[in-house]
Design a protein around this ligand. Structure first.
Ligand SMILES: [Zn+2]
Length: 155
């Protein structure tokens, strides 16, 4: 908040809601609902963009193809969050990590199911899409367990 030396009164809290046109990005939202992470690849220069874009920032081309990203990530870095933003005040401390997908895309997400002292840079993680509602979603990273005894789906 900006401190002022002039006399002020405080406004009521404002809530802004935008209607975001998604016609050219609808495949992304449809993919998420199916648990798939899809994004755009420029047909001219081959640049893979994430999040998906309607126009290529590299060559300004508007012809994109949709590609499905892998859900296998390599943990590049992480932090353990104990001082949380207001939105997550009720959550216990959590780990935020950057996972790099095979395609080179980096995704910032919570790393769930581990204690911070167990996390190793370079370890494999599985990216899971979680729908919160019809139009809200989040990603989470889970430790990738490469053991034959573990038959849980996706591991
Ligand atoms: Zn391009």
């Amino acid at each position: 908040m900006i401190e002022s030396t002039e006399p002020t009164i405080r406004s009521r809290e404002l809530k802004i809601v935008y209607e975001i046109p998604v016609k050219r990005l609808i495949s992304f939202l449809e993919g998420l609902k199916q648990g798939k992470l899809v994004t755009t690849k420029c047909k001219r220069c081959g640049t893979v963009h994430f999040p998906p874009v309607a126009d290529c920032s590299n060559c300004l081309n508007s012809e994109m193809e949709w590609i499905e990203l892998s859900n296998e990530a390599t943990i590049e870095t992480f932090t353990y969050v104990t001082t949380k933003p207001l939105t997550f005040q009720r959550d216990p401390p959590y780990i935020i990590a950057i996972g790099r997908l095979k395609e080179g895309i980096r995704i910032l997400a919570r790393l769930t199911g581990m204690r911070p002292e167990e996390v190793k840079i370079g370890m494999k993680a599985k990216l899971v899409i979680k729908m919160i509602s019809d139009d809200r979603f989040t990603y989470e990273l889970y430790p990738f367990k490469d053991t034959k005894d573990d038959h849980r789906e996706g591991f």
